[in-house]
Design a protein around this ligand. Sequence first.
Ligand SMILES: [Zn+2]
Ligand SMILES: [Zn+2]
Ligand SMILES: [Zn+2]
Ligand SMILES: [Zn+2]
Ligand SMILES: [Zn+2]
Ligand SMILES: [Zn+2]
Ligand SMILES: [Zn+2]
Ligand SMILES: [Zn+2]
Length: 445
Amino acid sequence: MQLSRAEAKTAWLAARGDEKKRACRRLLAFYDLPSRGHCELALSLLQEEGVEYDLEDVVEAVMDSKDREYILRILNIECQSCYGRFPMKKLQMLTSCQCVMCQGCFKMFFEFAVREKHVTEIVCQFCDSLDQSDPEQMDMHSSTLDTQLRDCLDPEVFDIYSKKLMEYTIMKDPKFLWCCHCSFGFIYEGNQLKIQCTSCHKSFCSQCKKPWEPQHQDLSCEMFLQWKRDNDPEWQKQGLVCFLQENGITCPSCGFQYALAKGGCMHFTCLQCKHQFCSGCNQPFHKALCKNVPCTINGLHAHHPRDCLFYMRDWKPDRLKELLQLSGVAFNTDPPADTENLDACSVMQQKEEGVQLLDQTCGNKTEPGQAGLCEKHYREYLVSLINDNSLDPATLYDGGELAAACARYSVVVQRGEGEEDYPYKARLLEKLKEVPLGENVARRK
Ligand SMILES: [Zn+2]
Ligand SMILES: [Zn+2]
Ligand SMILES: [Zn+2]
Ligand SMILES: [Zn+2]
Ligand SMILES: [Zn+2]
Ligand SMILES: [Zn+2]
Ligand SMILES: [Zn+2]
Ligand SMILES: [Zn+2]
């Protein structure tokens, strides 16, 4: 005799005495339970006060284990979103962090995320355990999420996800280029310097990404940049303002270039690929503890090398100049001869306006001897010269700075018995200088 699921459950719950035995037998046959013991356990679970389990879930659970406590646990797992209790089988777990949601909440959350968010932000809403700046972790995360989403989202929404994921993957291809005229991106397989954007049809250089000019034809990118500095009227007029913008910010993840000064806040988020990095040293920003050893910072942070602007932006211009002078590097102190506005710094930078980021001119006051820049941007200019020439700021460290830097980079030197301060610090400095300068600090000469 066939039994519908609803009938089976009613029979199960109504069963008493002999009836119970009969119900047991019918269910034994219907569900293929291995023993009467399994049946009775299932029956007693269904009769628990104040809960209503699905018969199928209970039967499945008693098939897995006969441990009542264990079964109760796996039948009652809390969804972290709606706090409802569900059997393990009916939950979705995020493999990157083990947070759980019921199927309804999972679908609702990811449907929203897929429609509204950037692909790198389609992550767990409950915890920070996935390091979004770690490409390896992100690849693992998106490959398992891809399978889960394929099963639970409507095909139309899943297509949006696939498309976003594919665009993001292409963006990270080393052959991927952004047009500097229209911000269209494409893969370029050739090896010509001059290439034409397939969207706006204007040309730019595939190496230095500058708008194409005929003068670039027989010059290397470096020589072309020098030619521009010497001949371009815009350069003549704007001087260091142009320098800072040319130096700009390039996303280390997707290569998008921003003609912006680095400014006071070094934490930069790429608008194209959402990668978060330090604009001074290109190191990734992490939201929580990261894999760098020893990292004890549980919050937004990056690990900056000692020659990152992050540390040197606090140096007075005179001190930065001293470092340059020690190596005979020349620097500007005067604004270009035909500067129009002598009072306000006209460097482009990103400013936060409420929740929006806007590109604006700095507008801060300039002082004599700062080449037409405000003090903050003049410091940035001097630091970029220090970086271009790979100068080591440790040369000018005082005792406190030396100790702090040694602690930061785990430099340990045992002090000799009765060793004087001076020789000890000299040995410390020598050891610190063995720690390489920033690997990814932009060094453009
Ligand atoms: Zn839920
Ligand atoms: Zn999580
Ligand atoms: Zn274009
Ligand atoms: Zn070029
Ligand atoms: Zn980017
Ligand atoms: Zn940095
Ligand atoms: Zn860290
Ligand atoms: Zn400024």
